[in-house]
Design a protein around this ligand. Structure first.
Ligand code: ADP
Ligand code: MG
Length: 191
């Protein structure tokens, strides 16, 4: 589904430029779990940002379902980011004063979907990530591992074809790391 061809990313400022990705070519499978490993600063986040349409390459092409992202206008990019891709980050990016339920529902509201109509589905996803019974807790009333599971649930409610997770276990202890990886692995069986 996603293929990179000679993708280069250079961050240029007046003072200096940084070659973050140097002619990367790779094909991602349509389904499954892919991990990108490497030391800090090697370009992992840069690559994920390009895959998710959050940034664009300096050179080279990313093909999604055979179509070059270079040709897409803002509208096409928006719909890709909003509908096809779900993002999970190390720092969660959840809204602190909202509950587990509300953080997930917000994702629907941002897509102009009716939360009441999707109530059952929200509850199913909350159960899927093991947070049943905690749906009314605020973000400071749950653990880091649970927060990351809210972030995964928030991504899932959009039914994305691809979940992009950038160091999703970076802030977690060993036990929660295993739980989050297990959830992501089981999700990768269907996307
Ligand atoms: P990783 O996620 O593997 O730690 P990054 O993709 O964040 O690596 O960074 C790759 C390289 O690009 C690093 O040398 C980093 O300093 C540089 N870099 C990342 N983002 C920017 C930016 N916005 N402007 C300039 N340089 C950047
Ligand atoms: Mg990074």
């Amino acid at each position: 589904m996603i293929r990179l061809e000679n993708v280069t990313k250079i961050y240029a400022s007046k003072a200096q430029s940084c070659l973050a990705l140097d002619h990367i070519s790779l094909t991602l499978p349509n389904q499954g779990f892919v991990a990108i490993l490497g030391p800090s600063g090697c370009g992992k986040t840069t690559l994920l940002n390009l895959l998710g349409g959050l940034d664009s390459p300096s050179e080279g092409t990313i093909f999604v379902d055979g179509k070059s992202m270079n040709e897409w206008d803002e509208k096409a990019l928006d719909s890709y980011r909003n509908q096809q891709v779900g993002f999970v980050f190390q720092n969660y990016y959840l809204i602190p004063h909202l509950s587990v339920y509300e953080n997930i529902a917000l994702s629907l509201e941002l897509h102009h979907l009716n939360v009441k109509e999707h109530h059952e589905e929200i509850m199913e996803i909350i159960e899927k990530v093991g947070l049943k019974g905690k749906e009314n807790r605020k973000m400071n009333e749950i653990s880091g591992g649970e927060r990351q599971r809210v972030a995964i649930a928030r991504a899932l409610i959009k039914h994305p074809k691809v979940i992009i997770a950038d160091e999703p276990t970076g802030n977690l202890d060993a036990k929660n790391r295993d739980i989050v990886i297990d959830i992501l692995k089981s999700l990768s069986k269907e996307r």
